[in-house]
Design a protein around this ligand. Sequence first.
Ligand code: 13P
Ligand code: SF4
Length: 321
Amino acid sequence: MSSDCKALQEKIIKLKKERKALILAHNYQIIEIQEIADYVGDSLQLARKSAESRGYDMIIFAGVRFMAEMAAVLSPTVPVYIPDPGALCPLAAYIDAESVRKKKEEYPDTPVVVYVNTTADTKTETDVICTSGSAVEVVESLGADTVLFGPDANLAEYVRRHTDVNIIDIDSRGRCYVHNMFDLSMLLELKEKYPDAVAIAHPECPIEVQEAADMVGSTGMMAKTVAESDAKMFIIATEMGMVHQLQKQHPDKTIIPLYEGAICRQMKKHTLEKILDVLENLPEANLVKVPEYSAPHIRGVLERMNKVKGQGPAKAVSAES
Ligand code: 13P
Ligand code: SF4
């Protein structure tokens, strides 16, 4: 790590204590951001952490905007800042409030589950939110025969294969461009080359990749599995930030990315410089706001999601590491 980077991290650590700031970082952030965060985790874990922000004066959320919006809803008295307000997840654009309403007209009395990567407006039309770490349990918690689901069609397929519930896509084209870079041939090639490696895929991967993997789960589940498994080699089918984190935390294990080009440009918009700017200047443009009319509904559907078990707690990281 360069001395400039270290100096920047030290400034952030000092200032975050003075400002009583809680820094939450998604697993896809660059390692340098993960190192100064209080918690690093998947979207479900970070949503839960943001609901426990008592004692802090501000939250800085290094993830895509919709995750930061969730934090703002779950922590209404603590201002939430996002280091780069332009960190938007393109998957969210596949469905909007209008397309959900239309689907509901087509399937009246059918509950709607939307993935957290949706706009606040889309969330106002849903019965409950889910993340990749909670999707199956959220769908089952409804006790319904049929559920409308979106926007990620690969995650929908994952849920379909793990429940008896009939899952109807709100838009069957919905895909994450990062996880859609993976294909079956890449995985088969690596499995042949490293026959002892355990392959773990994110449920946003194409279904053929999920099926050929040994395990499928959220980024939080990947962290837990690699930490607890006796295996020494893992093939990881998700964004590169996760791969770097796993390799750093487990130098005794070999972490092989399914594809090194799997980089989420939106997650990577955050930088240490932008985090420092938020701490120093509290820029209004970085304050995450959720429209008044939608916040109570979103809080309700998020709290409903938070009642299901999901895939485990976020891990605390040492700010001094
Ligand atoms: P996780 O909740 O598994 O971290 O997934 C979030 C995401 O955006 C994956 O692309
Ligand atoms: Fe969105 Fe995919 Fe990036 Fe996750 S990896 S934030 S789903 S674009």
